[in-house]
Design a protein around this ligand. Structure first.
Ligand SMILES: *[C@@H]1O[C@H](CO)[C@@H](O)[C@H](O)[C@H]1NC(C)=O
Ligand SMILES: *[C@@H]1O[C@H](CO)[C@@H](O)[C@H](O)[C@H]1NC(C)=O
Ligand SMILES: *[C@@H]1O[C@H](CO)[C@@H](O)[C@H](O)[C@H]1NC(C)=O
Ligand SMILES: *[C@@H]1O[C@H](CO)[C@@H](O)[C@H](O)[C@H]1NC(C)=O
Ligand SMILES: *[C@@H]1O[C@H](CO)[C@@H](O)[C@H](O)[C@H]1NC(C)=O
Ligand SMILES: *[C@@H]1O[C@H](CO)[C@@H](O)[C@H](O)[C@H]1NC(C)=O
Ligand SMILES: *[C@@H]1O[C@H](CO)[C@@H](O)[C@H](O)[C@H]1NC(C)=O
Length: 421
């Protein structure tokens, strides 16, 4: 009987994890890109303050990052005391995770700080720094117990140590009765199928870097999951954090990066210094673009993928993909341009036209080639400029799109009166 019950419980895990979270792509911030190993509690708390600051505006209204949906603040690697254990590195013999108290004097106070501000707080486990060559049930259990005591709301499960059993994590977390947002960070090594997904989002790629080639390489790793319809509510494909606002990308590259992550329904996890006015002023219109955020959050049965690309190819420095843990440098080149689509419901389709080439070029969108688009005469709305571009017969040409820049449009039937809510 006990066996039968446990089989039933497993069967119920079903198509996506049933914790009620991540029904739309999660939005937030995570510490790795900005602080790397040098993270600590006061830095995290200052970021939390920045996430709710209403210093900037959207449409004349003071608006915080959390007002826009970026409400989850995740701690990444290096909270642990690497010399804390006897038998292991950062786990005690009994399995308890050992905190570096000089960096994190009070985890409970840190998550309380987040909760007081209306944010959620994410933790990080199966660490890479001083990863352990072994795993025990006690480690899994004690990590989950610690997460509960510390009051975390989410966890990134990295791929470095040996605690790689995502069913075990999901069952233990479920057993706490607490809803915990789970990130599978196995770099494409542990992936969902139609009936199994014991996490809320999964890394499709290796780590992204702040270069256009890396962004475009990671972007391609989402396509397989969109085409198989395996990036879906509660189980989103994720090509890593956003490098928007991190030195290395131009303004045009940053908006292409953001729009691309949005149109493939990726979780949008910021990683810049949200308290740096120069950085925030530079990227604010990109990350606060509500129309693009709405495309990211929409669900009409397909998570977004390329539908057309140039035959001509170009070389992008730093273009590589990491598939199932193996880095595949792209000796062959990337398409000169690439068009993505995502249906957003109500017969509307969002498209992103990306110019990967080294020079500006005209990009011609042929409406009849956009999957799911029914109109021949279509309304075109520019989501970068928040501007209706009128109705057009059969096609629309974007003139002189700069190198590494893009255009994002919302297309809808011109015979239907256009109302954008
Ligand atoms: C635990 O799993 C069950 C079965 O899938 C589900 O109904 C329940 O909501 C889950 N609870 C939490 C807290 O995730
Ligand atoms: C703990 O953090 C302190 C302060 O940053 C650092 O100097 C020390 O090396 C860390 N200890 C361990 C064992 O990681
Ligand atoms: C965190 O790091 C900052 C910058 O190095 C430092 O000013 C602060 O005192 C540190 N806080 C803790 C708790 O270690
Ligand atoms: C999905 O993956 C799970 C876990 O590996 C496996 O048990 C199950 O048989 C797979 N289902 C399908 C339809 O492939
Ligand atoms: C994709 O799967 C979701 C459920 O996860 C379903 O609602 C949707 O209709 C499917 N889309 C297609 C195109 O089959
Ligand atoms: C690419 O080449 C094929 C074969 O010549 C052709 O059918 C197709 O239209 C070309 N695609 C583009 C986008 O030019
Ligand atoms: C648009 O695409 C359709 C279907 O592929 C094709 O028949 C038509 O010639 C294209 N129009 C233009 C202007 O390229």
């Amino acid at each position: 009987m006990a066996k039968l019950l446990s089989l039933l419980a497993v069967a119920q895990l079903g198509a996506a994890i049933d914790n009620g979270l991540g029904r739309t792509p999660p939005l937030g911030w995570r510490s790795w890109n900005l602080y790397n190993r040098n993270v600590n509690q006061s830095l995290m708390e200052a970021i939390m303050d920045g996430m709710v600051s209403k210093k900037r505006q959207v449409d004349g209204v003071p608006t915080s990052l959390c007002d826009l949906g970026y409400c989850d603040v995740g701690l990444d690697d290096n909270w642990q005391n690497c010399d804390g254990g006897q038998k292991y590195h950062y786990h005690g013999d009994s399995g308890i995770p050992i905190i570096n108290q000089s960096r994190f004097p009070d985890m409970v106070a840190m998550t309380a700080h987040a909760h007081r501000l209306g944010l959620t707080a994410g933790w990080y486990l199966n660490n890479c720094i001083c990863s352990e060559g072994t795993s025990t049930d006690a480690m899994y259990q004690s990590d989950v117990a610690a997460l509960t005591v510390f009051n975390f709301d989410g966890v990134k499960l990295d791929g470095c140590g040996k605690q790689l059993d995502l069913d075990k994590w999901a069952q233990l977390l479920n057993g706490t009765g607490r809803k915990v947002l789970i990130e599978n960070c196995h770099w494409g090594r542990t992936v969902p199928n139609a009936t199994w997904c014991p996490w809320n989002f999964f890394r499709t790629s290796g780590d992204v870097r702040a270069s256009y080639g890396s962004v475009v390489g990671n972007l391609q790793t989402t396509t397989e999951w969109a085409q198989k319809n395996l990036s879906r509510p509660g189980c989103w494909g994720y090509p890593d954090m956003l490098e928007v606002g991190v030195p290395g990308l131009s303004y045009q590259e940053s908006r292409s990066h953001f729009a691309a992550w949005a149109i493939v329904s990726s979780p949008l996890v910021l990683s810049m210094d949200v308290n740096n006015d120069k950085v925030m002023d530079d990227v604010w219109d990109i990350i606060s673009n509500k129309e693009i955020l709405a495309v990211n959050q929409a669900w009409a049965g397909h998570s977004g993928s390329p539908f057309k690309q140039a035959n001509r190819t170009v070389q992008l420095p730093d273009y590589f993909m990491r598939i199932q843990g193996v880095v595949v440098p792209y000796k062959e080149q990337v398409h000169s341009w690439q068009f993505f689509y995502k249906p957003v419901g109500d017969n509307k389709v969002a498209v992103l036209l990306m110019n990967h080439d080294t020079a500006a070029q005209d990009l011609v969108l042929n409406f009849s080639e956009v999957p799911g688009l029914k109109c021949q005469k279509c309304q075109v709305r520019c989501l970068f400029k928040h501007k209706d571009l009128g109705s057009h017969e059969t096609s629309f040409t974007s003139k002189s799109v700069a190198s590494h820049d893009s255009r994002m449009f919302l297309l809808s039937d011109a015979s239907v009166e256009f109302v954008y809510a």
